[in-house]
Design a protein around this ligand. Sequence first.
Ligand code: HEC
Ligand code: HEC
Ligand code: HEC
Ligand code: HEC
Length: 414
Amino acid sequence: MEASKTKQLVLLGVIAVVVVVLLCVFFFNRHNQVALEGPQGEIAADEVHSAAWGQFYPAHWDSYQTNMANTLNPSHFETKPYMKIIYAGTGFAAEFNEPRGHLYTIEDVKSIDSARQKSGASCFTCKSTQAPEMIKEYGDQYYLMSFDQMKDKITEPIGCLDCHDPKTMELRLTRPALIEALERQGQSVDKLTNQEMRSLVCAQCHVTYYFQPDSKKITFPWDKGLTAEEILNYFDEQNFTEWVHPVAGTNLVKARHAEYETFMGSTHQSAGLACADCHMPYTTVGNKKVSSHVWQSPLNNIEQSCTVCHRNGTEWLKTRVRTIQAQVKQSQDLAGAAVMEAINELKISRETPTVDKTKLQEAMALHREAQWYLDYVMVTNGYGFHNPTATLNNLNTAIDKAHKAVAKAREARR
Ligand code: HEC
Ligand code: HEC
Ligand code: HEC
Ligand code: HEC
């Protein structure tokens, strides 16, 4: 009896020790993964210099600095010459480059064609960790300031403060336009899940937006929903026009890099993925797992970004992506040609003294729609991969509306 009791006690003791050791290993590793990398100390609550954060997170700092290697930003005009014509009357017709690494934002925004600086201080909102501080300092006046008034105050590119709380390192939102858009949708910002945040930190900048007519405040046009159609309905309802096309005479709206909106409702998003799953996959640094902080094409590190879920092999995946993108490009070129034709027909009709004014207006309304759907696809990064079906559907709409605009413009002068 005594002996077996002792045995039992010893056994329990051993189990307890094992459990404690396992818990220690688990928590030590967890902690190790997330926090205890460099020296200990505090990061200031408003630390805009990412290098200061880097002292505590050397592995993340190294990863972040690798963004310097992402240097290419060719002109959009090389592959989409029709852009120059459809953007006539805006700065986008003067210069429009594809994006590159997050660390180049200051260099790129400061060297942009002066025609594009008319948007004012707002240009810096998505380029620098210092933007939230400036918005706080100047209040609504920030949006009315000129590019030159802000230029010399801004030195830091996108960095840690944009996405992280310096105390807890939790993800957080720092851009008012996103927070306000979510609140208007009835979402409460502190109830968002971590997986939602792994996309929403990107949605602070990788979205379409507009400047409110008088206040010039950056606003996300999401109140009716996030599809291209719902966003255009919102603009129509507000009677909003960003500029008038000098040749066609049409009241137009400008789409901007709608990566987040396009991704929402896609196969991957409905399967529960977030931007960070493909663009910030886990990488191993020593014995630690670290989320990659190199924001780049996931095809550069496909073994980390895709094959964790897809077992079809890297070549198959790459070919799938390139096939989707080539199909999108083909339809996009058709839409580009159709919108150019609509612009040209509108020009001829406007120059015709006997033109039917009502039909001309109808043709312009069709041009507005066609150009919106084309633009929405054309300026959204990823060349359609983020949501192939919605993208091709938008291009179909663009082609259809442009053809109808052509027909209506011709009818107007008969
Ligand atoms: C554009 C947004 C963004 C920026 C900028 C950014 N991070 Fe992160 N960071 C993330 C996301 C997303 C995760 C993944 C969080 C999760 O899964 O909970 C992450 C995770 C982390 C983690 C947790 C461990 C891990 O690897 O998952 C640390 C530590 C971290 N980042 C440090 C930094 C530092 C230091 C900087 C600046 C040099 C920085 N981050 C800049 C978005 C960002
Ligand atoms: C504060 C604004 C901001 C945030 C937050 C942000 N980005 Fe960016 N991102 C930009 C800008 C601006 C560029 C273009 C920089 C340039 O060309 O100078 C860019 C460029 C990129 C590129 C490179 C594109 C290319 O062609 O090489 C990728 C990929 C990217 N971002 C993904 C992300 C992801 C994923 C997130 C969220 C984890 C994110 N970004 C968060 C503003 C932001
Ligand atoms: C299922 C994986 C996946 C998800 C999720 C995803 N992307 Fe992408 N993303 C890609 C692929 C693939 C490309 C195309 C890269 C290429 O053409 O080389 C891309 C391209 C981009 C680019 C242009 C980069 C370049 O080098 O051309 C940006 C910016 C971007 N994505 C942002 C985002 C944002 C923001 C989100 C979330 C709203 C997101 N992505 C979600 C896979 C993904
Ligand atoms: C976290 C898991 C996960 C990751 C990471 C992931 N995918 Fe997927 N992918 C899915 C799921 C789930 C589907 C839905 C169909 C299925 O079950 O295969 C899907 C569908 C697809 C499809 C079908 C086309 C579509 O959009 O409907 C393609 C192509 C694809 N993925 C490519 C990629 C590429 C390229 C990457 C890396 C940039 C990637 N995926 C990363 C889970 C993932």
